[in-house]
Design a protein around this ligand. Structure first.
Ligand code: PEP
Ligand code: MG
Length: 585
């Protein structure tokens, strides 16, 4: 038995069997296979060699045509390594003798080659190590893509363990059979964390080495509430966690009783409580957790779980389904927020040094107007079937809003000409998630119908802290005075201009920051459906005048994130006896 500590990003307890998704690197952990699986492992190896060979021939051809024959000859050495009978036989021999997976056997043989070549007293041969490493990576990538594909249809319930899970991994996996996540990297606002909360499964991220320490089929406990992962637990630990899991399930059932009650403080101040979704199939959970609407529909996930771009019609069908299912509440559809860590293979976005600061979201849409128009047409057409609002991500200046509006108007005109119905009074909003937008929110407020503050990115950009890097997670501080001042300024500017302002970042899902935001005057909070009932219960337990005074004091008197968090926690414990025990574990 062995315990690892990370960040608990989605609460609850789960005990299950591990499925490891390996990083694309040369060393992979040992995975045993059954006798009956050996022929399949050998076939997978041969298939990966064939695919790598085809890939190299393609690159050689391209280089020969574009740069010249001399340069393409370097790939001859790669091709020779791929055809090396000794290497192939060594790998197959190891699979058969040790009954291990192809990836493992191949990586072990590669290590032996590296070792042997590094001992050779000949510079030319020593340099061939780089070729072997490159070939190794390519073959492993083909083997891994098989593995990544294997997540698409799982035959049993598994806990997915990985170095990292990309949004496209989570978008394509068989979500019914995934019961927990544990990853080496990531913080509370990484997309793995957000997806886990959407899927209502326990998750712990930022565990540093978990993907190296487990093998397929191992038993694992994930305690997402406390950020703990236990490898190969003994029977008494399993018993203890089974009972923890039951307690948590009962608490969730208890909270469900609040479903139809408003998010209203004891002195009658009401706010709108909405849910964030990535996929239309989350709507039953949105409704069952009592959300009044959808405050953030991350439409880019529709683009991520496929290799081609969805056309207008496909998007229209999906958005219409969302509109119809959410008849009772409004839906804020966010236009494509691709880029950053959300890549789309079909869109050929070039690799960037700083993808989070790069060609993404509204920037990408304003240059790929064809893609943007198709999405706007689909959203507008679907708006005839429900209560839609639309918002643009990553707005950094007024020009972007104006350009987007121009395209939006021309799409409206086109629909008018074609006699297609849509909501002519749809509200259009801007996400405030870049400091420049918060600082100029007085002017931006005159251009839109509402603001939705994306605190996940606002914190990342204002504090210069990569939101998915666990090494600097201690600097990712939602209660940093700079963040609270940017939010306060945005709320004030929105209200002075008579528009409403919500928060759709993860600050809305943490009881401490959620109550602070309500005290600061936000009109709406939107977060994972799963955590909504708890936030509602907390709001219903306090007086607005108290949390307003608390927020004013915070902004006036405190200078560090920890001081603020501690003060708010202390105040909330005074207002809600047992707050820490009930809300913060
Ligand atoms: C945010 O940045 O706070 C947000 C809600 O958007 P996302 O997490 O999708 O970047
Ligand atoms: Mg964002």
């Amino acid at each position: 038995m062995h315990t690892l500590k990370g960040f608990g990003v989605s609460p609850g307890v789960v005990i299950g069997t591990v499925k490891v998704l390996h990083a694309e690197e040369v060393m992979v952990p040992k995975t045993q296979v059954r006798d009956s699986e050996i022929p399949n492992e050998i076939a997978r190896f041969e298939d990966a060699l064939t695919k790598t060979r085809a890939e190299l021939l393609g690159i050689r051809r391209k280089i020969s045509q574009e740069i010249g024959r001399d340069h393409s000859d370097i790939f001859n050495a790669h091709l020779l390594i791929l055809e090396d009978r000794t290497l192939i036989e060594d790998v197959i021999g190891l699979i058969k003798e040790e009954k291990v997976s192809t990836e493992y056997a191949f990586s072990i043989i590669l290590q032996r080659y590296f070792h042997a070549f590094s001992q050779i007293d000949d510079e030319y041969l020593r340099e061939r190590i780089a070729d072997i490493r490159d070939i190794g990576k390519r073959v492993l990538q083909h083997l891994m893509s098989h593995e990544r594909e294997s997540l698409v249809s799982l035959h049993e319930a598994v806990i997915v363990v990985a170095h990292d899970l990309s949004p496209s991994d989570t978008a394509t996996m068989d979500r019914k059979n995934v019961i927990g996540f544990a990853t080496d990297i990531g913080g509370p606002t990484s997309h793995t964390a957000i997806m886990a909360r959407s899927m209502e499964i326990p998750a712990v991220v930022g565990l540093e080495r978990v993907s190296k320490e487990v093998s397929n089929g191992d038993r694992l406990i994930i305690d997402g509430t406390h950020g703990i992962v236990i490898l190969k637990p003994d029977e008494s630990t399993i018993e203890k966690y089974l009972s923890e899991g039951k307690k948590f399930a009962l608490y969730i059932l208890e909270l469900e009783k609040l479903r139809n009650l408003p998010a209203e403080t004891q002195d009658g101040h009401t706010i709108e409580l909405a849910a964030n979704i990535e996929f239309p199939d989350e709507i039953p959970s949105v409704i069952s957790h009592g959300a009044q609407g959808i405050g953030l529909y991350r439409t880019e996930y529709f683009y991520l779980n496929r290799t081609d771009l969805p056309n207008e019609e496909e998007q229209f069908i999906a958005y219409k389904q969302v509109a119809e299912q959410m008849k009772s509440g409004s839906v804020i559809v966010r236009t494509l927020d691709l880029g950053g860590d959300k890549f789309l293979p079909s869109m050929d976005v070039p690799k960037e040094m700083n993808p989070f600061l790069g060609w993404r979201a509204i920037r990408l849409c304003l240059t790929r107007v064809d893609v943007f128009r198709a999405q706007l047409r689909a959203i507008l057409r679907a708006s005839a079937f429900g209560k839609f609002k639309i918002m643009y991500p990553m707005i950094s200046n007024i020009d972007e809003i104006r350009q987007a509006r121009q395209i939006y108007r021309s799409v409206e005109e086109e629909l008018d000409k074609q006699g297609i119905q849509y909501d002519k009074k749809m509200q259009v909003g801007a996400m405030i998630e870049i400091p420049s937008a918060a600082i100029t929110s007085d002017a931006l407020a005159k251009e839109v119908n509402f603001f939705s503050i994306g605190t996940n990115d606002l914190i990342q950009y204002a504090l210069a802290v990569d939101r998915v890097n666990e090494k600097i997670a201690y600097l990712y501080q939602p209660t940093h005075p700079a963040i609270l001042r940017l939010i306060a300024q945005t709320i004030k500017n929105a209200h002075e201009n008579k528009i409403w302002v919500g928060v759709c970042g993860e600050m809305s899902g943490d009881p401490i920051s959620a109550l602070l935001l309500v005290g600061m005057g936000v009109d709406e909070l939107s977060t994972s459906p799963f955590v909504l009932p708890k936030i509602k219960k907390a709001i219903r337990s306090v007086l607005y005048k108290d949390i307003k005074a608390m927020a004013e004091k915070v902004l006036r008197e405190f200078h560090t994130a920890d001081e603020i968090r501690n003060f708010v926690e202390k105040e909330l414990n005074r207002m809600i006896p047992g707050f820490t025990e009930e809300y913060l574990v």
